[in-house]
Design a protein around this ligand. Structure first.
Ligand SMILES: [Zn+2]
Length: 158
């Protein structure tokens, strides 16, 4: 899998994850981004909120496994889990040591939404190395427009 392919986040998907994280604050929110490969880019198609079942949800997140199961084995042609999102209600959008120890390091992108300044959420994406110490920031692009479908102004990714 090409780890350096561009990541495209349509604006409606971006807005839905910001909205959900804001609603859950001061608890950490979490969820999945479902995406598909097309034309050499990874297109995020949908944000799926997942309940945070951590005992101290203001400080940790644990995704509810029961809520994940329906999305883990998509049929051919359906979008697959391509990103894990969680929020930092008060901290910067930088992975914590605990974040890096995730059992989901295989997922190609890990997104952190910082609500440290609630008026200006910061969204950053990372790739985590297996073993839980290193990460690389990923670049992603907001695809402006309502539908996120091809034909929008910025969809001419090669
Ligand atoms: Zn975190």
């Amino acid at each position: 899998m090409d780890m350096d392919r561009p990541i495209i986040l349509p604006e409606p998907v971006y807005r839905s994850l910001i909205r959900y994280c804001s609603e859950q604050s001061p608890r950490e929110a979490c969820g999945l981004l479902l995406g598909s490969e097309a034309q050499g880019a990874l297109h995020m198609e949908r944000f799926v909120p997942v309940p945070n079942i951590a005992e101290r949800p203001k400080h940790h997140f644990i995704m509810d496994p029961a809520a994940l199961i329906p999305f883990l084995y998509p049929s051919p042609g359906e979008p697959a889990p391509a990103g894990i999102v969680h929020s930092h209600p008060r901290a910067a959008a930088v992975p914590s040591p605990e974040d890096l120890a995730t059992p989901w390091s295989d997922i190609p992108s890990h997104w952190i939404v910082s609500l440290a300044d609630p008026c200006t959420p910061v969204v950053r994406a990372y790739r985590y190395e297996a073993g839980g110490r290193k990460y690389t920031e990923l670049t992603w692009r907001l695809l402006r427009g309502g539908s996120g479908q091809a034909g929008d102004a910025e969809s001419s990714v090669q």
